[in-house]
Design a protein around this ligand. Structure first.
Ligand code: GCU
Length: 422
């Protein structure tokens, strides 16, 4: 195709995407569910397991049963734990963002039976703050070079990226629709606030593509018990967060008791899953995580189980798609995933125009997890509505104007929540 024609085609496609986004965004999400769907009582009997009456029983008896059920029914299991080897660590810039931070690039090799999985992470470390520093592990959507807005040409660029990252015009469309922060997180703001950030692109661990992901997911399965349900991409990305926790915990400059996970949308789902399975995550922020993130799945609003499993079959355990033809077949709901993170702090970000991720039912899920926080003598969610943000509770939600994406307000709320809880 002639280059001129190709450019016109890109513009038409980009315009189409923007218009589609605008019409979708105009259908605002209701702020509060009229009647939250039925969901199993968080402390009630679960299968043959008797009701839970103490924090001890929750941790030692119920939590392992629930983790097993989430693996079996929805996400698949994670590979057995192996710590990554820090193959190289090099300074990219020792006075970045007008001198306030050091940027390092880490190359991490996770040894697996089928050969190592290599991924790269950027560490952005504020220069003035006192060690050991609290650290936010934040996933990015287009790889590390793009996360630094392409300013450093020698930073690794992943072998595979999704369509939205491939050309400047596609990136522009993604940024227009979802905010510039979706590709390049506001590292300088975080450094100024005293937080170190480790960022990585989960697509380096498993490609976010139904076909391409198959070989990688097979390779991961070789490190799992034969009887374990195979990991889908969400479980593999959650496992990636945990490998990032391994790397961060081995660095004496960082405070391993103040590790926060941050993820948006599909990676918000993965961040919640990671925190539910890995107690070293001291806090988690899931921005607009939606179906199989913080939002209840037994609801008719937002993205349905059918829609998500049809479009993204590779995200889930191979057992999920056909099993989930009927909602009633799922004996679990996402308030139980939230409850598995108790008593650690959770922030759920929502946007008023984002119907798809159904923030009102994420609020309902958080509310339903409260009794587990109470077992630990914690408050859980202290708010009476999704937009009445109250950081005095261990769970908080906020609703900002606009649609699905990562906007400066999302990170402002994150930093305020981190300040309140760390
Ligand atoms: C799609 C998908 C959502 C997901 C979102 C995202 O809209 O249906 O489940 O959260 O992509 O990751 O941006």
């Amino acid at each position: 195709m002639r280059p001129g024609l190709k450019r016109i085609l890109y513009v038409v496609v980009a315009l189409g995407i923007v218009l589609w986004g605008v019409q979708f965004s105009l259908r605002a999400a209701p702020a509060h569910p009229k009647a939250p769907p039925e969901m199993p009582d968080v402390l009630g009997a679960f299968g043959s397991d008797a009701p839970v009456t103490s924090a001890d029983e929750w941790l030692s008896r119920r939590a392992p049963i629930l983790r097993g059920a989430f693996e079996r029914l929805i996400y698949g299991a994670q590979p057995e734990t192996v710590s990554p080897i820090l193959t190289s660590r090099r300074v990219i810039d020792d006075a970045a963002f007008k001198g306030i931070a050091v940027i390092e690039e880490w190359t991490l090799d996770v040894p697996l039976r089928a050969g190592p999985i290599r991924f790269h992470a950027l560490m952005i470390m504020p220069r003035q703050a006192k060690a050991p520093l609290p650290v936010v592990i934040a996933t990015n959507f287009c790889g590390n070079r793009a996360a630094l807005a392409g300013r450093y040409r020698d930073v690794d660029r992943p072998a595979w990226t999704p369509g939205r990252c491939r050309t400047p015009i596609q990136q522009w469309a993604a940024e227009t629709l979802h905010g510039a922060d979706i590709i390049a997180p506001p590292f300088a703001t975080l450094a100024k606030a005293g937080y170190a950030v480790l960022t990585f692109f989960p697509g380096e661990i498993v490609e976010d593509d139904p076909r391409l992901s198959q070989a990688t997911l097979e390779a991961l399965a070789a490190d799992m018990d034969e009887s374990a349900p195979k990991a889908g991409a969400l479980a593999a990305w959650a496992w990636g967060y945990s490998r990032a926790i391994d790397a961060v915990s081995a660095d004496k400059r960082l405070d391993s008791s103040r590790i926060a996970l941050w993820g948006h949308s599909r990676f918000g789902k993965a961040a919640l899953l990671a925190a539910a399975f890995d107690e070293r995550a001291a806090l988690v922020v899931a921005n607009q995580s939606g179906t199989f993130g913080a939002t209840l799945s037994q609801t008719t609003r937002g993205e349905s189980i059918r829609a998500i499993t049809r479009k993204f079959p590779h995200w889930f355990s191979p057992a999920l798609p056909e099993r989930m033809a009927r909602r009633e077949d799922l004996p679990l709901d996402q308030h139980l995933l939230i409850a598995l993170i108790a008593p650690r702090p959770i922030l759920l970000g929502g946007a008023r125009m984002d119907r798809w991720s159904d923030p009102a039912n994420a609020f309902a899920a958080a509310e339903a997890a409260n009794p587990v926080y109470a077992l630990f003598d914690r408050q859980g969610l202290a708010q009476t509505s999704p937009s009445r943000t109250d950081f005095s509770g261990d769970i908080a939600t906020f609703m900002r104007p606009g649609g699905h994406g990562v906007r400066p307000r999302d990170w402002r709320e994150t930093i305020a929540f981190l300040d309140a809880h760390f």
